[in-house]
Design a protein around this ligand. Structure first.
Ligand code: KG4
Ligand code: ZN
Length: 340
């Protein structure tokens, strides 16, 4: 019998909902992005995020039902992201899902946001197991060894900032808009992805862990050295210098590309049985990085997968997809579901 899942995702700054059918796959994937609300602060403001989720959740959930042409009565299971994320944001989605599940007597499944990203590339592709997954977003950067649906181990992670966070913070440092990732890609493209400033790459050749906060410091001190940033006043002096912004953006992107390249090679050396590489999360929208990683994978004779853009950034579909195989295994939560 066909089973229908309604998934809700509110872990950070996107209010998202999706409907999934066990027969037809994703039926709808709706979203309200809060980017414009947080842009003037250069990053996500937790309280603004929670308040916006409360305003939008009803509208987005209704829209996802309408687009999927289903009614609440048709839903078998509510899926909701319950970890990790901003507590106030997670609570909105979890309380909303619990209220529906409780009153309408539906099943409920709590989903790990990171599992959502890891399996987001499986929504549109039959990826052969085992595969290696590089998740890179504003909140997380990690490598996973994935052996089956719901079965994965973390083999490397950032010890400080996430890759997307590094793009966002460095963009802010040199007077660019939030989120930094897309702006940096555009600027870098204008100068053909040249490496002007040779920012430092990770020295430890053994680890699969990442570290990006040092990169931010390296960019900052390079600017200070060139008298383009006043540390005391926290003032960047190159706002009018588009070429300088392009040089920083391009050097940064090439550096991150080299770090990813190096880590992926190492990961496949340690896990040679892995058949494919999946690149997921908001940073996987980046065409330059996609091309770099595709090249590494193909050089190693591995398959390469990236979800389409709508499944790279935070979305409800990936939460529905994870809930679908959890439901098949009978892994349901109950109304004591909490956030983490
Ligand atoms: O997955 P996501 O929407 O949210 C989190 O779970 O964090 O990722 C957002 C992050 C931001 O840091 C943003 O700068 C980055 O993804 N991003 C990009 C690009 N588009 C978004 N980074 C590099 N290049 C892009 N084109
Ligand atoms: Zn995410």
């Amino acid at each position: 019998m066909q089973k229908i899942i309604l998934a809700i995702e509110t872990s950070c700054d996107e209010t998202a909902a999706a409907v999934y059918s066990s027969h037809h796959g994703i039926l709808s994937n709706e979203l309200f992005s809060q980017i414009a609300l947080h842009a003037r602060y250069g990053g996500v403001v937790p309280e603004i995020a929670s308040r916006s989720h409360i305003e939008k959740i009803n509208i987005i959930v209704q829209k996802s039902l309408d687009v999927a042409r289903v009614k609440l009565d048709d839903i078998d299971t509510l899926a909701v992201t319950n970890r990790p994320g901003l507590p106030g944001s997670l609570l909105v989605g979890v309380c909303f899902a619990k209220a529906i599940a409780g009153t309408l007597k539906k099943n409920i499944i709590g989903v790990n946001h990171l599992a959502g990203h890891v399996f987001s590339a499986c929504i549109e592709n039959n990826i052969p197991f085992p595969f290696i997954c590089l998740t890179a977003s504003g909140g997380h950067t990690a490598l996973y060894y994935v052996t089956n649906y719901g079965e994965y181990t973390i083999i490397g992670q950032t010890t400080d900032d996430a890759a997307g966070e590094a793009f966002d913070k460095i963009a802010k440092l040199i007077g660019l808009d939030y989120p930094g990732g897309p702006v940096i890609e555009k600027l870098a493209q204008a100068v053909n992805f040249q490496d002007f400033f040779h920012y430092p790459r990770l020295k430890d050749r053994q680890t699969l862990d990442f570290s990006f906060s040092g990169l931010k410091t390296a960019v900052l001190y390079d600017l200070v050295k060139k008298n383009l940033y006043k540390l005391k006043e926290k003032k960047f002096l190159g706002h009018e210098d588009r070429y300088l912004q392009q040089q920083v953006a391009s050097s940064l992107l090439v550096c991150v590309g080299d770090i990813f390249d190096q880590h992926i090679k190492r990961a496949f050396t340690l896990y040679p049985q892995a058949k494919a590489l999946a690149f997921v999360g908001g940073v996987a929208c980046n065409n330059y990085l996609k091309t770099r990683l595709k090249d590494v994978a193909h050089r190693l004779a591995k398959e390469f997968y990236v979800p389409s853009k709508q499944y790279c950034t935070d979305n409800g579909a990936m939460i529905a997809f994870v809930a679908h195989y959890k439901a098949q295994k009978g892994e349901f939560s109950d109304l004591s579901l909490d956030i983490y």
